[in-house]
Design a protein around this ligand. Structure first.
Ligand code: E4P
Length: 229
């Protein structure tokens, strides 16, 4: 499963990219607005920081505007994936841009029917928003299970299922269990995935026992041993 990070915070992206665990980035107009930088500049900087796909969303809602913005965004860098909303115009733009060789991420997906349309429109990614479904009392992960099951029936569908609107680590684990292709997570949740209190406790105990043993540092021991051999 691929891990994308869902943010326009360049410092966070650069820091997390250094872990080697980040396969791409997703942004949206709200995330870009939150961080204040001009969109074209910020997308260019993110594309330079991460080799994988970087989703940049159009804000036009008509087909001509979406195509013009999509083409301009795609020209920023080879790894831009143009993001369009799951509307009729969005899917028309998806079809055209995909035919031109641009990766398209169809966003704001809330039903299996919408996901079928996105696959038929040639989307590279479909982004079902699990957290926003949970927020209104539905089960976001059931939508992921439905889309996985449907896409498996049609091996010619090349659309990757990108689980979005992730709220907690359990969403990530469930997405992996269901076989989703990608999960996009806010930086805070990616950091939470590393953590377990028993890891911290166990490491503290190992280090305390080691310090109490009086042993020389490992590298010092090995240098001595290699010198003697
Ligand atoms: C994904 O592409 C979206 O940017 C994002 O996951 C939306 O998440 P939210 O529902 O927390 O805003």
């Amino acid at each position: 499963m691929k891990f994308f990070i869902d943010t326009a915070d360049l410092d966070e992206i650069q820091a997390l990219a250094a872990t080697g665990l980040v396969d791409g980035v997703t942004t949206n107009p709200s995330l870009i607005a939150k961080h204040g930088a001009a969109m074209a500049d910020r997308i260019a900087d993110i594309c330079a920081a991460v080799p994988g796909p970087v989703s940049a969303e159009v804000t036009a809602t008509d087909i001509e505007g979406m195509l013009a913005e999509g083409r301009a965004l795609a020209a920023i860098a080879d790894n831009v994936a143009v993001k369009v909303p799951l509307t009729e115009s969005g899917l028309r733009a998806c079809k055209t841009l995909s035919n031109e060789g641009t990766k398209v991420n169809v966003t704001l997906c809330f039903s299996a029917a919408q996901a079928i349309l996105a696959a038929k429109a040639g989307a590279s990614f479909i982004s079902p928003f699990v957290g926003r479904l949970d927020d209104i009392g539905q089960n976001g992960m059931e939508l992921i299970a439905d889309i996985v099951e449907i896409y498996e029936q049609y091996p010619d569908f090349e659309t990757e299922i990108l689980v979005a609107s992730v709220r907690h680590p359990v969403h990530v684990v469930e997405a992996a269990r269901l076989g989703a292709d990608v999960v996009t997570v806010p930086p805070k949740i990616l950091k939470q995935l590393f953590q377990h209190p028993l890891t911290d406790k166990g490491l503290a105990a190992f280090l305390a026992d080691w310090a109490a043993s009086g042993q020389a540092p490992i590298l010092e021991q090995l240098e001595k041993k290699n010198g003697a051999d």
